[in-house]
Design a protein around this ligand. Sequence first.
Ligand code: SF4
Length: 288
Amino acid sequence: MISAVLDHPVAMETVVDNPESIPDYGRALDYISASRLSCWQQCRRKHYFRYIADIPSKPSPAMHLGKVVHATLQQWNLWRWDQIQYTRSDLIRTFLGAWQKEKLDNPVKWKSDLEEVKLRNKAWSLVSTYLDEQVIDEDEDIAGVEVRLEAKLPDLPPVIGIVDLVREGGRIVDFKTAAKSPSEGSIAHVHGTQLAIYALLYRHCTGAREGGLELHHLVKTKEPKVCVSEIDPLGDREIVNVIELLHRYVNAVMAEDYTASPSFMCAGCEHLERCKQWPDSMVKGDTQ
Ligand code: SF4
C-alpha cells in the first residue's frame, strides 16, 4: 500500500542560484518530524527561528509539567510492558525524580517556591487522575513504548517520529497535556499532520496499517480531566497528502521562505520581538 503512495514524488526544486551564496538550513533538513512540520505549517518564520537560527526555547512551567507527566507515564508503560509489579508509591517516586531531573536539565524561573509546589501538585494530580480513570487496562498487552520510527522516502530527508505507546492491535497513542479540553469536532483536523506522520511511519516500518490513533489529553483544569479521542485508521489519500506536504516543506526551506503568519497566537510566541525586528533579526545563532 505504501509503495503505491511513494510512487508520487513531488519534484524537489533546487533554488541555490548563486553558488557563492550557499544557504544555511540549520538543522531543518537533518530530518523531518511531526513537530517540525507542524511548526512550519503554523508559521514559517517561527520555524526559521526554532530550527534554522536554532534559538533554543526558554523552559516554561507548562513545558516542565508536560515533560514530567510524559516521563512518568512512560515509566508506567515500561513497567507494564516488562510485566514488573509496581505500586502508586513507585510512580510517585518516579514522578518526583523526573521533576528534579527536569529542574536540573532545563531550569525554569519560578515566580516563587509556592508556584513550583502548586504546579508539581497539579502535575501529579493529572497523572493520578489518568491512572484512576483506567483509560487503559493495566493488564493489556503492549506492542511498544517510546517507539522510534524512521522512514527513508525518495527525495526527502529521513522522517522520524517517536510514538508514546503502541497498544495491542497497532493502536498508536500520543499523550498530551493541555490547558483546556480539545474540541472533538476538530481534533483530527488540528492534529492531522502529527497523526498522518505517525500513520505513515507505522505503515512504512511494519508493513501493516495502524489499528487506529488515539490522543489522550490530560487537561489542566481546576479538576483535572482526561479526554480520549479515538481516530480511525487514516485513508490512503491522507498519507499521499502528508507526503506531498513533506516535499513542500523541503522546497520551502530550500527556498528560504520565512513568511510570517501573524495571528492571535503571536501574543504567546517566544519570538515575537525578533519577528517584529525582521529582517534585522535574521541572523543565525541570534539569541537576543
Ligand atoms: S510572532 Fe507570530 S508571525 Fe512572528 S514568528 Fe511568532 S507566530 Fe510567527
